[in-house]
Design a binder for this molecule. Sequence first.
Ligand code: 13P
Length: 251
Amino acid sequence: MRKNIVAGNWKMNTLLEDGVELASNINDALKSRKSNCDVVICVPATHLVPVNAVIENGILGLGAENCSEHEQGAYTGEISAAMVASTGARYCILGHSERRQYFGENNEQLLAKTKLALANGLTPIFCVGEVLEQRENGTYNDVVRSQIEALFSLDAEDFAKIIVAYEPVWAIGTGKTATADQAQDMHSNIRRAIASKYGEEIADNTSILYGGSCKPSNARELFSKPDVDGGLIGGAALKADSFMGIIEAFD
Ligand code: 13P
């Protein structure tokens, strides 16, 4: 069966010292109580190595927030999937709406990034989600389906390694969460799209996380839905207490 996962996306937040302390606090909190889900933190690239030094394998997973679509070479400022993997990180967020929106990432680049992440042993956390206009004009199912279809040239063995995160853009950082029913509807649509391409077994085994103003007070209701397998958490992942509060929604 698929895993329940709570993943934090720190975005461009925390200086090194604070980030290491936060990671260490989360690691300690997880050690003192058993959680019923996998827990991952995705941190700024500058933090990967020092954070990896303070977290424990099997307690807390580590990921990057992005990687390059190029393998290596003259791409000043970029960080390759192999570099991410060499830090000890095991996950990589790809296709976050902020990357799509502010850095113009398109389906073709995201497929290239996904292939390189997989080739380097990283588990992609692949983000999809519609903007408010698409929610309001009723095209949201088609939009999200086409975002996930961008990966459908992967073979089944590779696709099966991917974690999907549904993050409606209008819910990110706005305090406006999708209702649990809206999340369930979309997650079930995503799972159906995966089933139609890769079959029921792979679809059933794919973890689909919800992201967008998820917090301790709404996590339990969201995670209680059959197709919502956890969350990708922004703001509430920046404090150990609120992040732990979301993890406890699986108790
Ligand atoms: P918030 O939880 O701050 O809304 O951010 C969600 C998100 O974008 C996680 O990737």
